[in-house]
Design a protein around this ligand. Structure first.
Ligand code: OOG
Ligand code: MG
Length: 267
């Protein structure tokens, strides 16, 4: 990473255990920078990487990656102006139309994203949106259920990166489409909760073009010594601000050209 590590190996393991405990018990903790104010982005990724290592050792299977904080709406809502990445595992995936339990979540929010499935490996640095489009098998609509483990859903960049970008659950669905058949900048999306429109936007909100977010992700992966493998499922980041959900809520995200993704929340 271009920034320095300030945390010792013991600190990284300690903070990772703290985040893992908060994720598995669904209990909020203070943001990590309250105790470690000098924490850098590189420190955040070191904790995230340790978390990924532990989950994989426990038998979770990584299915892909996600870009986060890639739209103005999200940056403004969260008070952070630099995008980030996180990892996605099989344990986070939920089928379309599922009843999603909130008992194992702290304060979930939903957001609409364009997801990419890769047919070829990509490696940075220097990865461009054109490289991403050439390596994409297809795109599909997705809803991410984020759940910051930090009290009040308030954090800074090093803390949220350590918490794996608030990743909690995700639902892919709708219609898979080839990128050549679409203008990925102009896709409109409408998010409905209990039949009412609660957010709307267009895909260009994500760094001008969602493929730019995937290119950014690949370039961050390069800094971390990783590549984006063929077959990866990759989310490009929330187009609109995220919307809080609670038991009893039903959510439909309607994407132009890509169909819709539905789910409901239960206790
Ligand atoms: C961080 C995760 C951001 C997105 O799509 O922008 C994210 C957060 O807002 O808690 O997943
Ligand atoms: Mg997201």
């Amino acid at each position: 990473m271009s920034q320095n590590l300030t945390l010792s190996r013991e600190d990284i393991v300690r903070l990772c255990e703290r985040v893992e405990g908060a994720q598995t018990r669904a209990s909020a903790i203070p943001k990590l920078t309250d105790e470690y104010p000098a924490m850098t982005i590189a420190d955040g990724y070191a904790v995230q990487n340790e978390l990924r290592r532990r989950y994989l050792a426990q038998g979770h299977r990584q299915v892909g990656w996600k870009a986060g904080l890639t739209s103005k709406a999200k940056m403004k809502q969260m008070g952070v102006d630099v995008p980030s990445i996180g990892f996605l595992t099989d344990r986070m995936a939920r089928p379309e139309n599922a009843a999603i339990s909130t008992a194992d979540l702290v304060h979930p929010r939903v957001e609409c994203e364009v997801a990419f499935v890769m047919k070829r490996e990509l490696r940075g640095p220097g990865c461009t949106a054109a490289d991403v489009l050439a390596a994409t098998d297809y795109v599909l609509p997705a809803v991410e259920i984020i759940d910051s483990r930090f009290a009040g859903f308030k954090f800074d960049l090093p803390s949220v990166i350590a918490d794996n970008g608030s990743s909690a659950r995700f639902v892919g669905g709708g219609r898979a489409r080839y990128v050549e058949e679409l203008d990925l900048r102009t896709l409109g999306v409408v998010l409905e909760k209990n039949g009412e429109i609660v957010a709307m936007g267009a895909s260009a909100a994500v760094l001008g073009h969602p493929a730019e977010a995937i290119a950014m992700l690949v370039n961050i992966l390069a800094e971390l010594g990783e590549t984006l493998p063929a077959g990866s499922f990759v989310m490009s980041g929330g187009i609109t601000e995220a919307i809080a959900v609670k038991p009893g809520d039903s959510v439909v995200a309607r994407f132009q050209e890509l169909g819709s993704v539905s789910m409901r929340f239960v206790a």
